[in-house]
Design a protein around this ligand. Structure first.
Ligand SMILES: [Zn+2]
Length: 1035
């Protein structure tokens, strides 16, 4: 937003004046004028398409696979519990029938804005004064506090959250052992046995918000309340198949348990209870095939939308439960996080646009006391002359220009022409009071490493070509500005003045006392200097092609970039190919010291070492500079430190370990293009207001807090989400509903200052059961994942995992206490329908790259990069990363009639377990960051030939999938293209692996089959048993 304190004038405001023009600027003058007679319609324009959608279809990103690192050790079993036992060899491959496959995206069914004028019916919350949220008006000088607003930390504390990098799935080094067992032909040894997975039995209710009745697979036996001893599982036919070798190996792990044996389906109807049972008994009935699995992907909660049709879409705001507890005591029994995930610029649902509103002469209508923006839930009274704020209950005057008569029902006559009174999401044009300076132009500044490795890897060439190819599509023409600095052991500035025909390069070698030569011509208007910029990008790779310099004066270069950019702000893209070695901010090879692993100091490797990085991030945020870090080295580069720059400036980390243009070039091209061309909100601030009695007490994601509740986001886009937790401030809430309003004040690329407002309401309840019924697993998992990653910045990985496990145990224990006794569920594990996937996602969080295994199982940089990435992911994207798609494609490829169907109709997602893999099949694993094609050992050679051409028998690590001249190949390529287009935020690289190919198969796929027990990590069955046992303790 507007601004920050840097000396800009304060905005005049009634309540308080805040220096920010931004978002929720407190200070806009309240419109208190008396009611006037005429009503005026405000112009309403549809939101410009350009503003809301990225132009390119690219999706980029994922981290490339990490090259197999040799050093990996198999993970230690974090969550393993001690269940002795062993599993029988499994049957192996099941030919899986295809299961019905729901739309991955789920949910689109609802209607957003049915017109009913809802407002009048709602009872306005009564109440006292302004919610605490208001406070923020004043925007104090920005203090740098990482996450928790509450406890202001000054610059110091390590960030608790990180984000953006390569997604978790990225390659982890194969543990040597890991290849293990599992691989050797796990399937062939067994004849396909029962098709248990295939949807039949499991009848999973489709996740209705309120299940009224469902069929639950319940094993006849209760989870054997094995309370006291380790359960032993009887072997069962359909169980998890494992290769004998694997089983043998697993003897090392006490926790290894045999698959359950007979399956029995017991149908129960918990109709009024919304309970689900898990087949729990160890003995006879533990049927893992019936365990809940999110094979339909994320399903957005829709009960919220049905109850309150004028709420904003859940893609913008998802509460962890749509039923807000009415007391602190009730909240304390909930145990799960109480909060929300907000993605303020999420792309609008297809066919819908966020309306753009100009209040014109009446000024923006906001509550005089709490600064809430007028929304569908305010009520008009006194013949239309006054309106009551739904958040603080303040009775405000309606400005004359905004006046409208009311009809007999109290509804404004002009309601249908006022989107802000009927829709939960609107975009408001902000007048000059919301600016502390003229809206900035879009600015892209590039800081590029041109040392030896940057050249050799091909990074420099790909980056230069991609930037050049995007010049026509950078947002904001003709105001867009651009500039470059390159560096190795010295800094290179480029004069891009439009009157030149070639850029002039100036070298600065004094790293201790940086000065910027020609400060006015280093950042230039792109349209004016287009020729010079193109000439520069064309010549850049050549200029340094023979550069043998190995040093990296990254810190001084960063300072120089800051000096060039701090007049206006903008987006700074950093391309770093090695460990910063010279000048301020130089880093050490601390991540290479194994002595720290496993000690109490281990976490320090995951936080920035030098305060230089946090300080630079704070300075950049203050001056509206958002940083994205692109890192490419195959050696340790201290992503923990570099990523801090992105974390506190609202940016993102892209990690391409061991970058080679021939392999990762496409990925970089797509992801960089997406980054450069997606619609971006500049100089933004975001605040979320909520009703009296509750307040947001902590925030988690990539941003910097400017005051207790104001998030500074120098540059934000549709791919960024933020999680936050709520606290009840009052012992008892007296209102029947609680309102939430997200306001993002920003400068659009077109130069308009705007406020994007999302409003929603949720009921206040006195019943814990209702809170559970209204729980949203996706939102809860998003909060948990962020909390867990933050925890790794101050504790051991084991502690972070245990924390997640304990949180789930407490929540399910409470739920059990609520229901078990009267229904004699005895030894069963029970959970609400709404949370049926929570245990599995909890396990997935523990197995995700930031938390997985031991310190040495995954390279430190990879772990940190994944953490930075996950901290920013929107809900759907995060859930897909945690429980990726796995589907079989060979049968579909062979079926000529299957071509025109929608993917979801043809391809069914499979459980992420080795037993889902048939050695006669071809499978695709897709976590949103990479696609792995797994070729079964017994796959028909014809298919392999069709798809791979002459390379069909080659070492697949060297083969790149390319379209061949035959229908099958084209069909597969179309499928891959579609998968990428469906989720353009990152560009998954396509990797090929053959069954049994070690160690690639292990780290590309097997390690990611999270339901399996591997290398010491807990499998789904054991995880459920552990949870159940712990839940029963002290139950
Ligand atoms: Zn108010």
């Amino acid at each position: 937003m507007g601004t920050e304190n840097q000396g800009y004038p304060n905005i005049p405001g009634r309540t308080t004046s805040s220096p920010f023009a931004s978002a929720p600027p407190p200070g806009v003058p309240p419109h208190s004028g008396g009611p006037a007679a005429g009503s005026e319609t405000v112009g309403f324009r549809p939101f410009p398409p350009s503003a809301s959608q990225p132009i390119r279809p690219f999706a980029p990103s994922g981290p490339p696979m990490a090259p197999p690192v040799g050093a990996m050790r198999p993970g230690q079993s974090p969550l393993v519990s001690q269940i002795p036992g062993s599993r029988p060899p499994p049957p192996s491959s099941n030919p899986l029938p295809s299961t019905a496959y729901g739309p991955p995206g789920g949910g689109g069914s609802f209607q957003r804005f049915p017109s009913p004028p809802f407002p009048s019916t709602q009872n306005p919350p009564r109440g006292p004064p302004p919610p605490q949220t208001l406070a923020g008006h004043l925007s104090p000088p920005m203090s740098f506090r990482p996450q928790q607003p509450i406890a202001p930390v000054t610059m110091g504390p390590p960030p608790q959250s990180m984000t953006s990098g390569p997604p978790g799935g990225i390659a982890s080094p194969p543990a040597a052992d890991f290849n293990m067992a599992a691989r050797p032909g796990f399937q062939q040894s067994m004849p396909p046995v029962n098709p248990s997975y295939p949807g039949g039995v499991i009848s999973q209710p489709s996740f209705p918000g309120y299940p009224s009745k469902q069929v639950l697979p319940a094993p006849p036996m209760p989870f054997q309340s094995a309370s006291q001893g380790p359960p032993s599982y009887p072997p069962q036919a359909g169980g998890f198949a494992q290769h004998p070798n694997l089983a043998a190996q697993q003897n090392m792990h006490p926790s290894y348990a045999p698959p359950p044996s007979n399956v029995q389906g017991l149908v129960e109807d918990f109709n009024s209870l919304t309970l689900s049972n898990i087949p729990g008994s160890i003995e006879p009935g533990l049927d893992h095939t019936k365990f809940p699995r999110p094979l339909d992907g994320d399903v957005e909660p829709n009960s919220f939308a049905e109850m309150y049709p004028m709420n904003c879409h859940s893609r913008y705001l998802r509460l962890t439960t749509s039923a807000i507890p009415n007391s602190q005591s009730l909240a304390s029994r909930w145990h799960l996080p109480l909060g929300a995930v907000v993605c303020p610029l999420a792309e609008a649902p297809e066919g819908e646009e966020v309306p753009l509103i100009d209040f014109g002469s009446s000024g923006i209508i906001r509550c005089r006391r709490c600064r809430t923006y007028v929304n569908p839930y305010v009520t008009f009274t006194d013949s239309g002359r006054k309106w009551r704020c739904n958040i603080c209950s303040m009775l405000n005057d309606v400005p004359g220009e905004y006046f409208s008569h009311l009809d007999a029902t109290g509804r404004r006559m002009d309601m249908d022409q006022r989107p802000e009174l009927t829709q939960g999401s609107v975009e408001i044009i902000a007048p000059t009071e919301y600016m502390v300076r003229p809206p900035m132009p879009p600015i892209y500044f590039f800081l590029i490493d041109v040392s030896f490795s940057a050249i050799k890897s091909g990074m420099l060439e790909v980056a230069a070509q991609t930037i050049k190819s995007c010049l026509d599509n950078l947002p904001g023409y003709p105001r867009t500005q651009i500039g470059f600095i390159t560096y190795d052991s010295t800094l290179h500035f480029y004069n891009m003045k439009s009157s030149l025909s070639q850029p002039q390069m100036m070298v600065v070698s004094d790293l201790d006392d940086i000065f910027v030569p020609l400060p006015d011509d280093l950042l230039v208007n792109l349209s004016e200097s287009r020729n010079v910029v193109e000439a520069f990008l064309d010549s850049l790779p050549l200029m340094f092609q023979d550069n043998a310099n190995l040093e990296s004066a990254f810190g001084p270069a960063l300072r120089a970039a800051f000096m060039v950019m701090n007049q206006l702000g903008g987006k700074l893209l950093i391309f770093q190919n090695s460990l910063p070695s010279l000048g301020a901010g130089r880093l050490k090879l601390r991540g290479d010291d194994p002595r720290v692993y496993g000690t109490d100091k281990e976490y320090t490797l995951r936080v920035a070492e030098d305060t230089f990085y946090k300080q630079m991030a704070a300075d950049c945020t203050k001056f509206q500079i958002g940083i994205n870090v692109y890192a490419f080295s195959d050696k340790y580069t201290d992503i923990a430190s570099l990523g801090t720059l992105a974390k506190y400036t609202g940016g993102q980390v892209y990690y391409y370990p061991g970058f080679q243009s021939s392999i990762h070039g496409d990925k970089l091209r797509h992801e960089l293009a997406r980054d450069l061309t997606r619609e971006t909100a500049w100089e933004s601030v975001m605040r979320i207001r909520c009703g009296k009695g509750i307040r947001f007490s902590s925030y988690h994601g990539n941003f910097m807090l400017r005051s207790t509740d104001l998030l500074a986001l120098p540059a934000v886009d549709c791919d960024k989400a933020y999680a936050m937790q709520l606290t009840l401030e009052e012992t008892l809430l007296t209102t029947q509903t609680v309102y939430f309003q997200v306001a993002l004040l920003y400068t659009a690329s077109c130069g308009e200052r705007r406020i994007r407002v999302h409003t929603a309401v949720a009921p206040v309840v006195a019943d814990l059961g209702e809170m559970y019924r209204q729980a949203d697993t996706g939102s809860i998992v998003s909060v948990y994942a962020r909390l867990a990653i933050e925890k790794t910045m101050s504790a051991k990985l084991d502690d972070a995992r245990n924390t997640i496990q304990q949180k789930i145990v407490k929540a399910l224990r409470e739920y059990r206490n609520l229901n078990a006794v009267q229904h004699r569920l005895g030894s069963r594990l029970i959970y609400p329908e709404s949370l049926k996937f929570l245990p599995l996602y909890g396990l997935a969080i523990c197995k995700s790259t930031p938390l997985h295994g031991g310190p040495a199982d995954i390279s430190l940089d990879e772990r940190c990069a994944a953490g930075f990435t996950m901290m920013a992911l929107p809900v759907k994207k995060l859930l897909k990363l945690l429980y990726p798609n796995l589907f079989r494609v060979d049968e579909w490829l062979l079926n000529p009639s299957a071509d025109h169907h929608d993917l979801k109709d043809v391809l069914s997602r499979l459980p992420l377990a080795a037993e889902s893999l048939d050695s006669r099949g071809l499978y695709i694993y897709d976590d949103g960051f990479r696609l792995v094609l797994w070729f079964g050992r017994m796959l028909s050679p014809d298919i392999a030939k069709n798809l791979l051409g002459a390379d069909f028998a080659a070492e697949l690590s060297r083969v790149t999938l390319q379209e061949q001249e035959n229908g099958m190949s084209k069909k597969l390529m179309r499928l891959i293209k579609k998968v990428r287009e469906n989720d353009p935020s990152y560009h998954p690289m396509c990797l090929l692996v053959r069954q049994g190919e070690q160690p690639r198969e292990g780290f590309l796929l097997l390690r990611n089959l999270i339901e399996d027990q591997m290398g010491g990590s807990t499998g789904y069955v054991d995880w459920i048993l552990q949870l159940h046992r712990q839940i029963q303790q002290n139950a």
